[in-house]
Design a protein around this ligand. Structure first.
Ligand code: GDP
Ligand code: MG
Length: 437
């Protein structure tokens, strides 16, 4: 998903102005990219419609940085599609809180049970017990014992001697007796959803009355994951999803569709074979990952905070008329610096983040640039072509730099001004490039 979508968004982002047909073309690409990522087609359709309406409605067209705003809207809508805010597990006022784990065979249930136990132990300080209710195979019980121990949880198991429902009931009694905060019930899965599996799950659910029923969904199965979720939803019901194996596949189509199709949020992300590879699911981080870009939202937000619209318009006019001076530049630079350290600001620019890896971005460089400009007279700042000979020496002395460095700055500035005049788009990046020299 990422590459294709990123190419599309990069293209949109580069545009100085956008027309409705640009927006349409971008939506077409986004639609294709999402379908290719195995996102449910109904979800894709409503998603692109919403984004398009917002783009056209938000008066994005003809504005200074319409492309960036479109990208911001795509990101926001992705986050909302993924569930908006992170959601917390509910705890019972009368412990133990019971969590029932359901899912197909191999989806990662048992692994998720142990990971969740470790997570609750570490994050909430809960005492956690696990109930071994996958009694289909002795190996399943053995597996839970092993990972449960690694997670520091007590495992209640009766081997495979009792029916799953009885084990569940017994384990709940044990947990009460032992004063456990949380009991997580591991269950059997099948390769496909069938009546027997659902009957067993419903029986266990009714026996232990869980606070939360979780469904583990294998992210690598794409569209199939959505079908499975729908079937579980209809037959036994669930409250939230553990999206497993998110490390395996970058497509993320399953994650995108599950919330939209079932209405149930993704609570946790399972991202590897180790017990620590488990996180609270953050829709905004997932959206970023899907978009394969830097933290666009933060950038748009801090940019919006720093530049008010009038400033932006003034700036654009100055660029166009070649009236942009070192004084303006200083002002802009200060504004950008208020957004954070340069490496962080640049890192937030889409497509720049990766290129910055290992690059040596030095904020002291910016201090120097600032010092040089501050050592100039207002007249010099407005007409940098005046800066020659003795003026140059004075500025270098005043700013504690060398004549070469002053020269370089003036040259870069004039170069930038030329480029800016031609295209106001991507202005900030060019300016940042100059500052980094
Ligand atoms: P269950 O049958 O639903 O209980 O599934 P298991 O928990 O036994 O997991 C099935 C396989 O998937 C095991 O080999 C796990 O190690 C693997 N697995 C589970 N979760 C993840 C994950 O998040 N990432 C990766 N790479 N493998 C996982
Ligand atoms: Mg299992």
């Amino acid at each position: 998903l990422s590459e294709k979508l990123q190419a599309t968004l990069d293209d949109v982002r580069q545009r100085g102005t956008l027309t409705e047909s640009d927006v349409n073309a971008a939506m077409r690409e986004i639609r294709l990219a999402l379908l290719e990522a195995d996102v449910n087609f109904k979800v894709v359709k409503s998603f692109t419609n919403t984004v398009k309406e917002r783009c056209l409605g938000a008066d994005v067209l003809g504005q200074l940085n319409p492309g960036q705003q479109v990208v911001g809207i795509v990101h926001e809508e992705l986050v909302s599609l993924l569930g908006g805010e992170s959601i917390e597990l509910e705890f019972s006022p009368r412990p133990p809180t019971v969590i029932l784990m359901s899912g197909l065979q191999g989806s990662g249930k048992t692994t998720a049970v142990a990971k969740l136990a470790k997570h609750l132990k570490e994050e909430k300080g809960s005492s956690v017990a696990l109930a071994a209710c996958d009694v289909q195979r002795p190996a399943a019980v053995e597996q839970l014992r092993l990972v449960g121990e690694q997670a520091g949880a007590t495992v209640y198991d009766r081997g495979t001697e009792l029916p799953a429902v009885d084990v569940a009931r017994w384990a709940l009694d044990q947990a009460k007796q032992d004063g456990k905060d949380v009991l997580i019930v591991d269950t059997a899965g099948r390769l496909h959803v069938d009546a027997e599996l659902m009957a067993e799950l419903v029986a266990i659910r009714d026996a232990v009355r869980p606070q939360t029923v979780l469904l583990t969904v294998d992210a690598m199965t794409g569209q199939d994951a959505v079908n499975v979720a729908e079937q579980f939803s209809a037959a036994a019901g669930f409250d939230g999803v553990v999206m497993s194996k998110l490390d395996g596949d970058a497509r993320g189509g399953a994650a995108l569709s599950v919330k939209a199709v079932t209405g149930k949020p993704i609570l946790f992300a399972s991202t590897g074979e180790k017990l620590g590879d488990f996180q609270v699911f953050h829709p905004d981080r997932m959206a970023q990952r899907i978009l394969g870009m830097g933290d666009v939202l933060s950038l748009v937000e801090s940019a919006q905070r720093q530049f008010d619209e009038k400033d932006a318009k003034d700036l654009e006019r100055k660029f166009r008329r070649n009236e942009f001076t070192l004084e303006d530049f200083l002002k802009q630079m200060k504004m950008i610096r208020r957004m954070g350290p340069l490496s962080k600001v640049l890192g937030m620019l889409p497509g720049v983040g990766a290129q910055l890896d290992g690059a040596n971005i030095d904020d002291r460089e910016m201090d120097r640039v600032e010092a040089i400009i501050l050592s100039m007279t207002v007249k010099e700042r407005r007409s940098p072509e005046l800066i020659k000979g003795s003026r140059r020496l004075r500025i270098a002395k005043g700013s504690g730099t060398s004549v070469q460095q002053v020269n370089q700055l003036v040259k870069n500035f004039q170069q930038m001004r030329k480029v800016m005049k031609q295209m106001t788009k991507g202005g900030m990046r060019d300016m940042a490039g100059l500052m980094g020299q």
